[in-house]
Design a protein around this ligand. Structure first.
Ligand code: ADP
Length: 403
């Protein structure tokens, strides 16, 4: 039997180098959980369609042909076209990593804005070209579809000048070289749900540790970003799966003097550094934790040490600490890394309830301890869906066709 969903849907896209994650939400306030969620994985290398969630049942996956982001979008469109629910897409929202010094909030895309965003690609070469390829190829299939870009930088827009600026010559700063910060959609989501967990204390001095394969930390006060570890590009801050985190710029000058060209340096910084670079084994902490090899152990120690240092630095920026929040792949799933970080942070008053830490949900510190420590799952795609719904509603109102 053919079914049609009566409510039009919002499509969210997070297009990366080898995967394209998507979700579909009913376009009605308040947004409920996604009705469809999935990903096209291993694009260009044994690609497959991974349907994680749908209204009528179980997760399933199947092999496809997709060697580029454009072909991945074509696969997604073909799947939607033959789906028995005949989903009608009202608008699409994209996670776009860099908004540069122009975009302080989500924006409804047009060709001119897309061009502006393309000029920012060199600032986030791991992400931007893929993010924007998703927008362009969706327009090839649905030329009139409203599309919204939601920036990872926007949440940090109001950081104070001492956090925003670098101490470099004015003429360099005029080129837009400043601390932008990233993972903003994740921090914005956490800031929105914090009162459900912390009540009035949500407005206090909070550090959110977004620890995934890309990793950063953010200091929140009154639920706004006042400092963060990533800066001009997503390379800065703490060590990540394949990115080094903070690195003396003098090292790059030295590499140039040694004859390394830009492409090789960029490849090394984006794909061969971090946990992978240190261990020589893997950038995946889960895998490193199972290795007895000393280089694997050093990489894990290095990650914990520098994340702990970042917690100390952000606590200083906040003038104290009321709560520490763990989120993203490592933050939500690794009781061991959380335990290591809280043990090192005992000087800050960090303490864990070992059983709650093993369970890894909600408050994981004893009821009496301050700062409190929490695991809160992030939901960047829901943030994208919320922004997309709001901008689409505004557009439809302007056109005189309210939802
Ligand atoms: P990203 O969105 O930046 O790709 P994720 O937030 O999905 O990253 O996190 C991915 C990382 O989470 C993986 O590299 C892996 O190291 C880590 N991870 C996932 N589950 C676990 C676990 N149970 N224990 C330790 N690390 C984990």
């Amino acid at each position: 039997m053919t079914q049609t969903r009566s409510v039009p849907l919002l499509l969210t896209i997070n297009a990366g180098s080898s995967s394209l994650k998507f979700a579909l939400y009913e376009a009605a306030e308040p947004l409920a959980d996604a009705c469809f969620r999935g990903a096209i994985r291993q694009i260009g290398d044994a690609p497959y369609f991974d349907l994680l969630q749908s209204p009528d049942g179980a997760a399933t996956s199947w092999k496809i042909d997709a060697s580029t982001p454009e072909e991945a979008i074509a696969e997604l469109m073909a799947w939607l076209g033959r789906h028995p629910y005949h989903p009608v897409i009202l608008a699409a929202g994209h996670r776009v990593v860099h908004g540069g010094s122009t975009f302080d909030k989500p924006v409804l895309l047009n060709r001119k804005i897309l061009q502006q965003l393309e000029s920012l690609s060199p600032l986030a070469p791991l992400h931007m070209p893929h993010n924007l390829a998703g927008v362009k190829s969706l327009w090839q299939h649905l030329p009139d579809l409203p599309q919204v870009a939601c920036f990872d930088t926007a949440f940090h827009w109001h950081m104070p000048p001492v956090e925003h600026e670098f101490a470099i010559p004015r003429s360099w700063r005029d080129l837009g070289i400043q601390r932008y910060g990233f993972h903003g959609l994740s921090y914005e989501y956490i800031a929105q749900v914090l009162p459900e967990y912390l009540g009035q204390k949500a407005d206090g001095r909070i550090i959110v540790a977004h620890l995934g394969s890309g990793a950063s930390l953010c200091a929140l006060h009154r639920r706004r970003s006042i400092a963060t570890t990533m800066s001009f590009t997503p390379l800065d801050g703490i060590p990540m799966a394949t990115r080094p985190g903070q690195l003396d710029p003098g090292a790059l000058l030295y590499l140039r003097q040694q004859g390394f060209d830009d492409k090789t340096i960029s490849q090394g910084l984006n794909h061969e550094s971090g946990l992978l670079g240190l261990s020589g084994i893997s950038g995946d902490i889960r895998s490193l934790l199972t290795h007895s090899d000393p280089t694997a152990q050093l990489a894990v120690k290095y990650f914990v040490h520098h994340t702990h240092r970042a917690i100390g630095s952000l606590a200083a920026a906040l003038g104290g600490l009321d709560a520490l929040i763990f989120t993203a792949g490592i933050g939500e799933n690794s009781a061991f890394i959380r335990q290591q970080l809280c043990e090192k942070g005992a000087w800050l008053g960090l303490e864990l309830d070992p059983k709650a830490n093993e369970q890894g949900q909600g408050r994981i510190s004893p009821g009496h301890s301050i700062p409190s420590v929490w695991v809160i799952p992030t939901n960047e795609e829901l943030m994208v869906a919320r922004h997309t719904l709001h901008l689409t509603q505004e557009l439809l109102l302007e056109q005189g066709t309210p939802t």
